[in-house]
Design a binder for this molecule. Structure first.
Ligand code: PMP
Length: 285
């Protein structure tokens, strides 16, 4: 049976109960993080925790425990569930209080966490995905990783019914990001992605890929680009914790370039895979 984290305790999934007046449940008043685990090791732990602290600060939400203690509990959760490869997800809400919109005076934030198995089988990895387009109807603080995901959910649902793996969002003509990923294009060998401002979540994978690009000598620029530039790009891919680097081979009815993985995308995937393998060997030593 799966064990989950509830505050400072490790309990059976079936025993976990959420208060009906929890503000996460009533308002989406909370924050979250999801991290990959490879061979039992958390990938990019530090930047994820830094982003969690930032999200909490931006919402004046008090973390229930220190980041060091939360990290320790998340590692324990992985250990207890004997997770090798998968995702660890955790969220922190402002806590339970009689329903009123403004922050209650006396409230204790609530943390819950769980893991899920995802075997990383490279031989079964699809070559890429088809993406749909969706108007970005979300609020103007997309930089905060909050539980309020209805705009993202509606866009992903549109993609799902259209048989696409992701919805790429645009505000008018400007592409922002994916519904649960960041979007990149390649034009004439240059990598282009939306700047990290209030219109996108600054993905940890996005930052990692920009770092890889730097190491590989791939030129990149963080600037806005249009839907027209997207569909006419040489290469398109999305990044995200569980997506890693995922090529987009078709957008709506239009095939991207020749419909194959492009050379820049391939280089980044190779470098990403090498990093995962490096972590696996570290965990063995
Ligand atoms: N943008 C949005 C809207 C997301 O939900 C996610 C995934 N959490 C990302 C980008 C990618 O972020 P990360 O690489 O940190 O998973």
């Amino acid at each position: 049976m799966a064990t989950i984290l509830y505050q400072d305790q490790f309990i059976d999934r079936e025993q976990a109960k959420v208060d009906i007046e929890d503000r996460g449940y009533q308002f989406g008043d909370g924050i979250y993080e999801a991290m990959m685990v490879y061979s039992g090791q958390i990938f990019l732990l530090e930047p994820h925790m830094k982003r969690l602290e930032r999200s909490a600060r931006e919402l004046s939400l008090t973390l229930p425990y220190s980041v060091a203690h939360i990290t320790e509990n998340i590692k324990k959760l992985i250990e207890i569930n004997q997770l090798k490869d998968g995702v660890v997800y955790f969220q922190i809400t402002r806590g339970a209080a009689p329903r009123q919109h403004f922050f209650p005076d006396h409230v204790s934030s609530v943390i819950t966490g769980s893991v899920s198995n995802h075997t990383r089988d490279l031989s079964k990895r699809p070559k890429g995905i088809k993406a749909s387009l969706a108007e970005d109807i979300r609020w103007l603080r997309c930089d905060i990783k909050t539980l309020n995901l209805l705009g993202n959910v509606l866009a992903k649902q549109k993609a799902h019914v259209e048989g696409s793996g992701e919805a790429i969002l645009h505000r008018g003509n400007t592409v922002t990001e994916g519904s649960s990923s960041n979007a990149f294009i390649v034009k004439n060998g240059q990598l282009i992605t939306h700047p990290a401002d209030h219109f996108i979540l600054n993905g940890i994978t996005r930052l990692f890929v920009l770092d890889l690009a730097k190491q590989l000598g791939i030129p990149f620029v963080e600037r806005e680009f249009t839907v027209d530039e997207l569909v006419n790009a040489d290469e398109v891919f999305i990044t995200g914790t569980s997506n890693e680097v995922n090529p987009v081979l078709q957008i709506e009815q239009q095939v991207v370039a020749d419909g194959e993985q492009g050379p820049v995308t391939k280089k980044l995937i190779k470098a990403f895979d090498a990093e995962v393998e490096r972590i696996r060997t570290v965990s063995l030593s």
